[in-house]
Design a binder for this molecule. Structure first.
Ligand code: MEV
Length: 312
C-alpha cells in the first residue's frame, strides 16, 4: 500500500478526572467535534514530520515531541516500517486543553501505520502502542485518554479494572468551551500526588468523594435526570478546585455558565487551563450558552447532544 491513513477524535471526561488516577471510576466519551488525521508514506532522503507544531526531519523533532518519536520507534521496530517515511499530522484538537490531543495524536499515527502495513486494528493492539507514548506525555497516566480515544463509545473507566461501554443517553446538551489557555495536566497530577503526601487523609477523602460523585452521575444518566447530573458536576468542580486543578479562567467561564441557566459546569481533563463543560437543558439554551461563553472570553465552543450521541 502506498499510503496509510488514520483518524482519531478528541475526548471529553464528563466526570472523574484526577480521581481516576487513584483508582476511582470516571465517565468519558470520544468527542467527534474535534479530531486528528495522520497520513504516512515513503519519503526520499530522510524521515520527515509535517505538523502545525513542527515540520522537519524526525531526527530534529523537539523533546516536547518525545511521545511521538518514542511511539514511532516502537512502530518501526514492530512493523519494520520502510524508512525513510513522511508523516503528516493534521489536527483540529486544541493542544493541551484537556481534550486528549496527545493520546489522539498517538492513536491517529498508530492507525495510519496499521493501515499502511495492512494490519487489521483492534482496540487492544492500538492501545499497546499508544500507552507507550502516553507514559512519556503524562508521566503517570490512568489510561483513560488512550482508552476513550482508541474506542468509539462512551465508557465507564476504572484504572487496572478496565472499561465498560456506557450509554450516555439523556435529554440534555453538553457545551464545551476552551479557555484558550494551555492546561498543565502533568503538573496538576503531580501536585495532587504532593497533596496526598502532605495531607493524606484530607486528600484521600476528597478523591473518594469525587469517585462517589461519578457513581451518582452514572445513576443520574441511567435515570435520565439532567438536574442531578448537573448537581454532581458542580460538586465535583468544588472538589477539583480544592485540589488545585481549576484556575481563574476556568472559574470565570464556569460561573458565567451557571449564571446563565447551565444545570452544572466543571472543568474537564487535566485542568489549570484547557476546557470546561456545561450541561444545558435543551439545544436552544445550549446554543445560547455557547454565545455567552464566547462573549465571556472562551476561545472556542462546541455543543454535543447527549440524547442523540453520534458514534464516531
Ligand atoms: C487527563 O485527561 C485526565 C487526568 O485524570 C489524568 C489521567 O487520568 O491520566 C487528569
Amino acid at each position: 500500500k502506498s499510503i496509510g491513513m488514520g483518524y482519531a477524535s478528541g475526548k471529553i471526561i464528563l466526570m472523574g478526572e484526577h480521581s481516576v488516577v487513584y483508582g476511582e471510576p470516571a465517565i468519558a466519551f470520544p468527542f467527534s467535534g474535534t479530531g486528528i488525521q495522520a497520513t504516512i508514506r515513503k519519503h526520499k532522503l530522510e524521515s520527515w514530520i509535517e505538523s502545525s507544531f513542527f515540520h522537519g526531519p524526525l531526527s530534529e523533532a523537539p523533546t516536547t515531541m518525545r511521545n511521538v518519536t518514542i511511539l514511532l520507534w516502537y512502530l518501526v521496530k514492530h512493523f519494520k516500517i520502510p524508512e525513510p517515511f513522511y508523516l503528516k499530522v493534521e489536527s483540529s484538537i486544541p493542544a493541551e486543553r484537556g481534550m486528549g490531543s496527545s493520546a489522539a495524536v498517538a492513536v491517529a499515527i498508530t492507525r495510519a501505520v496499521f493501515d499502511w502495513m495492512e494490519e487489521p486494528t483492534t482496540q487492544k493492539n492500538v492501545l499497546y502502542f499508544v500507552n507507550q507514548a502516553e507514559a512519556v506525555a503524562h508521566g503517570n497516566p490512568s489510561g483513560i485518554d488512550a482508552t476513550t480515544i482508541s474506542g468509539t463509545e462512551p465508557i465507564l473507566y476504572q484504572k487496572e479494572i478496565g472499561f465498560q461501554p456506557f450509554q450516555l443517553n439523556m435529554d440534555a446538551y453538553l457545551v464545551v468551551a476552551d479557555t484558550g489557555i494551555k492546561g498543565q495536566t502533568r503538573k496538576a497530577v503531580r501536585d495532587i500526588a504532593k497533596l496526598m503526601e502532605l495531607r493524606p487523609r484530607e486528600t484521600a477523602k476528597q478523591i473518594k468523594s469525587l469517585g462517589r460523585l461519578t457513581q451518582q452521575a452514572q445513576q443520574a444518566i441511567l435515570k435520565n435526570q439532567p438536574h442531578i447530573l448537573g448537581d454532581c458536576m458542580n460538586q465535583a468542580q468544588g472538589l477539583l478546585r480544592l485540589l488545585g486543578t481549576s484556575n481563574r479562567h476556568l472559574d470565570h467561564l464556569i460561573e458565567t455558565a451557571l449564571n446563565h441557566e447551565a444545570l452544572g459546569a466543571k472543568l474537564t481533563g487535566g485542568g489549570r487551563g484547557g476546557c470546561m463543560i456545561a450541561l444545558a437543558e435543551n439545544e436552544t439554551s445550549g446554543r445560547q450558552l455557547q454565545q455567552i461563553l464566547l462573549a465571556a472570553g472562551a476561545r472556542n465552543t462546541w455543543i454535543e447532544g447527549l440524547g442523540v450521541y453520534a458514534h464516531v
